[in-house]
Write a protein that binds this ligand. Structure first.
Ligand code: 3HC
Length: 279
């Protein structure tokens, strides 16, 4: 089996890491070889940490890294059995990519999107074979979070759906089946909840640290909401909130002004070195 991953940002690199760790030959595509190589370096770093911690043999680490090839050309995906897309969260580029993948890939290749808040059905509508398009939504950080949502779009075939589900299991994930509704399952709940947390910051005048302590120690969250939004990326969270608000018109989905201001100021969380916290 050969898998293609398009986009090697935080999510795509995490997904590619899972694939090569599961013994699957994987090709990753980025817009430049520099970006692709820096993603492979990050994957190599995380796998080295596993070796240092005694969770992985050195030889297995080297084999895993060796299973990842890199390209800037989609044409190299012609022999992939499954392609997972993890590019920018915008509909038009995703639609354009799926139309290209349809032309390039084998007829029976399954085409999956890792979108978090766009409609899988709308992405699939750019192809003439929407039955092979499915959602595979991983959670950040993909190598650590056990869940993957397997999303059935309006025209997804049973075969494509079950192939994606089985692949989620092969990666060692806990897949769940759901339909293509705004936010699917987890983000439908988590995004308005995180937005509520941020509004509470202003309403109850709690500090960032105390809000995080509150949700960790009072609700059992593994990390506080501010830490989590910093991890996901303030821009990514605002973008997902906007997309869900546009679809549902539920006020709780709308990004709180405080987060929009942070996004506009370039306070994007961990990746920019500053968000609610400084890194
Ligand atoms: N990729 C690969 N490996 C990684 C990694 C990454 N991005 N980040 C960390 N690791 C590795 C590191 O090697 C690290 O070990 P090291 O620090 O010794 O090098 C190892 O994982 C373990 O990391 P931690 O010690 O930090 O692990 P924790 O036990 O603290 O757990 C956590 C970290 C799993 C992130 C936990 O805090 C957690 O579950 N947080 C909640 C995360 C969450 O809710 N995510 C969902 C976000 S919503 C989303 O993704 C939806 C999207 O659509 C927006």
């Amino acid at each position: 089996m050969k898998v293609g991953v398009v986009g090697l940002g935080a999510m795509g690199a995490g997904i590619a890491q899972l694939c090569v760790e599961a013994g699957v030959d994987t090709i990753g595509r980025e817009v430049s070889m520099e970006l692709a190589e820096s993603a492979r370096d990050r994957i190599g770093h995380f796998l080295t940490r596993k070796v240092e911690k005694g969770q992985l043999e050195q030889a297995a680490r080297d084999d895993a890294v060796g299973r990842l090839s890199l390209t800037t050309a989609l044409a190299d995906f012609a022999d992939c059995d499954l392609v997972i897309e993890a590019i920018v969260e915008e509909l038009a580029p995703k639609q354009q990519l799926f139309a290209e993948l349809e032309r390039i890939c084998k007829r029976d290749a399954v085409l999956a999107t890792n979108t978090s808040a766009l409609s899988v059905t709308e992405i699939a509508s750019a192809t003439s074979s929407p039955e092979r398009v499915v959602g595979m939504h991983f959670f950040n950080p993909a190598p650590l979070m056990p869940l993957v949502e397997i999303i059935r779009a309006e025209l997804t075939s049973d075969d494509a759906f079950e192939t994606a589900y089985a692949f989620g299991e092969k990666l060692g994930k806990h897949p769940i089946r759901c339909y293509d509704t705004p936010g699917f399952v987890v983000n439908r709940v988590l995004i308005p909840l995180l937005n509520d947390c941020i509004r509470v910051l202003d309403e109850s005048r709690v500090t960032v640290e105390d809000l995080d302590a509150g949700m960790k120690h009072g609700a059992g969250w593994p990390m506080g909401p501010c830490e989590l939004v910093d991890l996901v990326g303030i821009d990514v969270h605002v973008h997902a909130s906007d997309a869900l608000y546009e679809k549902t018109h539920e006020p709780r989905m709308a990004a709180p002004p405080r987060l929009v201001a942070m996004r506009n100021a370039g306070l994007l969380g961990r990746k920019s070195g500053r968000g609610f916290y400084t890194y």
